[in-house]
Write a protein that binds this ligand. Sequence first.
Ligand SMILES: [Zn+2]
Length: 230
Amino acid sequence: MFDGHPGGEERQTTPTAIWSGLDNAWQEAFRQAWEAFRTGNIAVGACATTPDGAVVHAARNRVADSHAPVGEVFGSSLAHAEVNVVARLSFGKRKELVLTTTLEPCLQCSTVVRLGPIATVRFAGADPLWEGCHDFSPLSQREAARTHVEMIGPRGDVVGVFGTLISRFWDHGPKVQEFLRASGEADSLNLVRELKASGTMPKLAAMDVDVAFAYLWPQLKALSPRSKAR
Ligand SMILES: [Zn+2]
């Protein structure tokens, strides 16, 4: 139903239509993030694809895991989704792959991406913790002269809101929470608190990620930047 308002694209459609409109890399990254959530890890997922969209490797956060596929990091604070994707790729080839991730990469992962065969990063959700940490060109003349990894994101839509929100299911501790609240995430963090207090988390974990996206749709729309701009 089109309501006649400019920029009302998301209000005229359904969460199911938005989800099915995501390309395979986005869907795979979110499937990975959801598996991270279900297994007690930080809900971030990522995948690398060829320029024509074929998935080369997909992986997820494994900070709380006790095992992982060979070549991936687990049971460590460094066991981030992007690390576990890039760790499995062949280096030394042309930097032409696309890394799609559900959350803006942290400093560690930006470094890993810089080292790996990645030309482009697409990320769904913004992460104020790591905004501005993706450009290494001020570090040296060699870095400044290199071709930079293209960063595309955050999406700025409900899918992006979802990417940030699910990463906040993990309790990052009071200092990080305070920073995030001051950075505009108070509503998201309050929603996470409500979901936990109401016993909704186990219900969400029992859903597939697209079903959870649809379940949270009203709250995601309320949190979306486009919604707040009105
Ligand atoms: Zn990271």
